[in-house]
Each structure stands twice: as structure tokens, then as C-alpha cells.
Design a binder for this molecule. Sequence first.
Ligand code: CA
Length: 335
Amino acid sequence: MTQATRVRKASKANKASVIQVRSASTCALVLLMTIRLLVQSPVPDPDVALDAATRVAVIEGALKALNDVYVFPAVAAKMVQAVRDRQQRHEYDSISRLASSRTFSAAEDFTYAVKNLTIERLRAELDAVPRTTPSPNQAGGGPSQQAVVIDDFESGTLADWSVKVNGKGGWFIYTKGQTPPDPSKSDPNFPFSVPDPPQGKFAAVTDMNGPGSRMLYRDVKLDGRYSLHLTVFYVNVGVFSSPATLDYDTIGDNQQFRIDLLPASSPVDSVAKEKVLVNIFHTSPGDPDRRAPSDVSLDLSAWQGQTVRLRLASVDNRGPLRVGVDNIRLEPIGR
Ligand SMILES: [Ca+2]
């Protein structure tokens, strides 16, 4: 997990700018911003004094809201821990007052206030950058919902992902389609040559200097009805074949790129039907040897409320199959 903490805007072309909370240390920022924004709230009512018990209630409310609404549960857990650590160090003890437009008298009120005011005021403060996932309180017809960016790779890292590689090569961040991200892991006999990143400056790509199987995956909490969208491309030197395995070290050919949704509990290298919720994309024998960057999408509303695993896998033992992805996002459905 990167330690870089960033709250940033999505591309201007896509007005659906999105909060990207990228590290455990961001939790402290969110909480402090929450309290700071509440303190700075332009409301006429006098401040409310925060005694120790009330301060704890605010923190607990923020952590509960985080767990309830944050889209990446593993990240949320680390963020919660970061706040717990700071709490242990008494770093929040100096916060003694809270501005309010109402009188909060119970912990439940603070929980409500944190859940509702935090995200909304963060949005206003950050030039209308929307939340990472819809608040349950707005799911039934509140303001129009914004896309949730799972990753556009503009962080320049794969720190939010897990990678499993068998054999040669790997998943990389790249920025120039004619420049291998790691020349030592790129086959010079078939030089790296893929489209430039289709969105922004960075995208994710596989490169290799020999046969292998390379899986890129992360867990996503679907806190509402969404359709998944991602920009997908590939450049294939070999001949496509699609056996029902991600094992490259087989007697037969295995040359394929597939994207699947798995239960979070599934083995990351399984393609067994009972281990896969749905296939999102796959190559087939006879497919063209190049795919220009283009959108792939799938309605994920059947898995609303679940934490699922998004897995991108490329296998090659017939020559380099370089695959890429960018601009992975969730678009709300029906809101
Ligand atoms: Ca990008």
C-alpha cells in the first residue's frame, strides 16, 4: 500500500471527479478534514464543546461510516487502523469544539452527522469532488451519483492491486507505448509496442521475456447497483487458444487474456465455473492479433452488496501477449 495520500480530481473530460483515497494514512486526513470542515461550517449556531466522550463518539461515527460506505474494504480496514493508532497517541485530544447547525446530544446524532456531513462537505470543499461510493442515505433518490474510479493508474503504481505471476514477465505501469516499462523483462525479439495509455499518462500492461501467467486483482465492495467499465487492449504475437486453465506450463498451447469477477474467497488462479461469478472479457481462437483500446462493460447489479474480486489474467506460451487496461470505473445504475 502506497504511503502517498491523495485526494484528487478525475479527468476534466469526465466531469465525474472522484475521491481517491489511496492509503492508510489518508484516514487520519479524512477524519481531521471532517472535523475541520465541521468546525469551519458556515452555520450561525454557536460551537458545541467536545468533551472526551463526545470526541470518541465522533471518531467512532467516522470509522463506522468509513466501514459502511468505503468501496475497498481492505483499504478501509487499514484506514481505520491508522486512526486507531493516532487515537492511541492522543493526537485528536486537542480538538475541543465542533460547529453545528443543530444541537447534538447523543452519539447517534454524531454518527449521523459524520456520515452525512463529512462526505458532503468534503465534496464542497474539494471543488465538488464526489464520494467514493454512495451514501446509503442518498441511495433512494438523492443528488445524481458519480462514477467510482477503481483505478485509472494515474498514481503511477500498482500499489492498490495484488499481482501473481507464474513464469516470466509481469504487470507494469507504463507511459509510452513504444518503451518497455522494464527492459529486463521484455522480449527484445518482439519489441514492446502497444498503444499509448488511453486515458491520462499511465495505464497497466503486461510485458514478458518468456512464457508465463500473470494475474492482476483486487477486491471491490459493491455498495449499490453499478455497471463496470474498463478500457481494454492487447497486442498478440502468438496464436490465441483458450484452454480452461491459467497454467502456462502445459503440454498444449495457452494464449489468452481474460477478465473475470470472482468471489473474494476464490483462488486467484482458478477459472473453474464454480469459482467464477462471471466472465467479463476473453479472447478466443481466431481473434485479431490486436485490439485497439476500447470499452468493456458489464452490469454488476446482481452482486450488489457483495465484496467481489476483479481479476485480469494473461497467459502466453506461444509468444508475447501484451495486454493492457485503463480507466476502470463503476457507473451507478438507475439513480
Ligand atoms: Ca490512465
